[in-house]
Structures are given as structure tokens and as C-alpha cells.
Write a protein that binds this ligand. Structure first.
Ligand code: ACM
Length: 263
């Protein structure tokens, strides 16, 4: 399967500009991707000065220029896309990601673990940790700071996710080095699409990463360069949880001692 992640710098509060940047990037893609993963809050940028500003640029799933654009392009390109966006439902905001594809929107995930001042803007996610079946395989989503909580990766893995798409706006320097370990212990693929650039005092750290079921780093991005990173992966490999002939990453677990991560 051909997987691409796009590392770019969304402009704060400018959905049209961000759509146009992505249009240029999609049009420049030489290899035909089957799944494209974009950063967190790719529609709007990140550092809203307050909730009113976040509200101004939020969109409802069923009335979103950004999601309509992605879905139109997913149909034209015959691929799936995952992207972070600023979701409004009623008067509540969520830091969300959408999985959309040739047949339309497949599913939404709402970030469970809000980072720093996000706690003033968004509600914590209330849709749990869903996985979505596509003809590519089973896909789960996490968003940025969710990375800190091993339970999230494990729960998605136990639900059969073969790939976890991870839109991010990382500012701390830790995540990129632990993502391959989460791939290894859960024996699955992870695509962390991180943004670049700065907003106010925040500098985003780029270095998007794709890792595989043996903990291998398949590709990484640069620190501050807009780029499309494309790789070929085999999602069937994420179905094999065997470590040695006598060890299995799932069935060797001692759920009698430490539970089953709510699965
Ligand atoms: C983050 O969760 N955007 C760091």
C-alpha cells in the first residue's frame, strides 16, 4: 500500500489558504497514494488566542469546506485521507480528525488528551477510540499529545488497527523517538504527520515519522521543511503479533494482572 504523509505549515485562521496549499501539494504528488495523512488542525492552524477565535474558524462535519475539499480530492485521487480539523458540534469544540475516502466520510476521532491551553478551547474527546475498516485494512486515529498515553495505542491495537494515523502539532521533542517503540510493542504501522513552522511562542518540530511492526523507522521528515513523504508498506504484516515461536505480543499478555485497556 502506498502511504504518504504531508508535513506543512497551516496558516492560523485561514482555511481557504490552507485548502489552496494542500491543493498545490496534492497536485504535485507523483506517486498515487492510497492513504494520505495530514497534521493536526490542518484546516486552521493551532494557537488560537482564545475560545472565541477557535469558534470563529471551527466547522461542523456536515458543513465543512475543509472536509468537502478533502473528500472531493479523495474521490478524484481514489484514496483515503486523514486530517486534523477544528470541529464544532452545537456550541462545543473538539480537536478532531477525519478519515475520508472515495465513498465519503468514513469516521471521526476526537482527541482524548488535550495539551496545555487546548484545555481552554476544546472539550476532551467523547467518541472513544474507534477503528475503521477500509479496503486497505483497519485504521485507527490518535491526535498529537495522545501519544503520551500508551493505553491509547494499545487499545487501538487490541481492536485490530493495522495502522494508526497520527496527525500532530508537536512542540515537545519526545514523541518522534517513541513512535517506533509503540509500533514495535503493538506490531503495527504508525504514521505521525507533524506540522512545521511557528505560531506565537510555539515552534513545531516537524520530523514526521512512519514506523513499522518491527519498530523499524521507514521514513522521517526534516525539522522545518514542507515535504511529502511517501512509502510502500504491507498492512498484512501488522496482523502478525508473533515475536518468537513461543511468544505473542497479544496472547502472552497477563490481563489477569493488569487488565485489558478497556477493550
Ligand atoms: C499537541 O498535542 N498538539 C502537542
Amino acid at each position: 500500500m502506498k502511504l504518504s504523509i504531508i508535513q506543512f505549515s497551516p496558516e492560523l485562521g485561514n482555511i481557504d489558504h490552507n485548502i489552496s496549499t494542500l491543493e498545490t501539494l496534492f497536485s504535485s504528488m507523483k506517486e498515487k497514494p492510497e492513504l494520505v495523512v495530514l497534521p493536526e488542525l490542518a484546516s486552521t492552524g493551532y494557537k488560537f488566542k482564545d475560545r472565541n477565535e477557535a469558534l470563529l474558524y471551527s466547522e461542523e462535519v456536515n458543513n465543512s469546506r475543509f472536509i468537502e475539499f478533502l473528500t472531493t480530492r479523495a474521490k478524484q485521487m481514489n484514496c483515503y485521507m486523514v486530517a486534523g480539523f477544528n470541529e464544532r458540534e452545537g456550541n462545543k469544540l473538539y480537536n478532531s480528525s477525519v478519515l475520508t475516502g472515495p465513498g465519503g466520510v468514513v469516521g471521526i476521532y476526537r482527541k482524548l488528551h488535550l495539551f496545555w491551553d487546548e484545555k481552554d478551547l476544546f472539550e476532551p474527546g467523547n467518541l472513544g477510540l474507534p477503528t475503521f475498516d477500509t479496503e486497505l485494512g483497519r485504521i485507527g486515529m490518535l491526535i498529537c499529545f495522545d501519544w503520551m498515553f500508551p493505553e491509547t495505542w494499545r487499545a487501538l491495537a487490541l481492536k485490530g488497527a493495522q495502522l494508526i494515523a497520527h496527525p500532530a502539532n508537536l512542540v515537545l521533542p519526545y514523541c518522534q523517538s517513541v513512535v517506533p517503540a509503540y509500533s514495535l510493542v503493538n506490531r503495527l504501522y504508525i504514521a505521525t504527520a507533524n506540522r512545521i513552522g511557528t505560531e506565537d511562542e510555539l515552534t513545531f518540530t516537524g520530523q514526521s515519522v512512519i514506523s513499522g511492526p518491527k519498530g523499524e523507522i521507514i521514513a522521517t521528515g526534516k525539522t522545518d521543511t514542507q515535504e511529502i513523504i511517501s512509502v510502500d508498506i504491507d498492512l498484512a504484516k501488522a496482523l502478525d503479533k508473533q515475536i518468537t515461536p513461543r511468544n505473542n505480543a497479544f496472547s502472552d499478555r497477563r490481563v489477569d494482572v493488569y487488565g485489558n485497556y478497556g477493550v
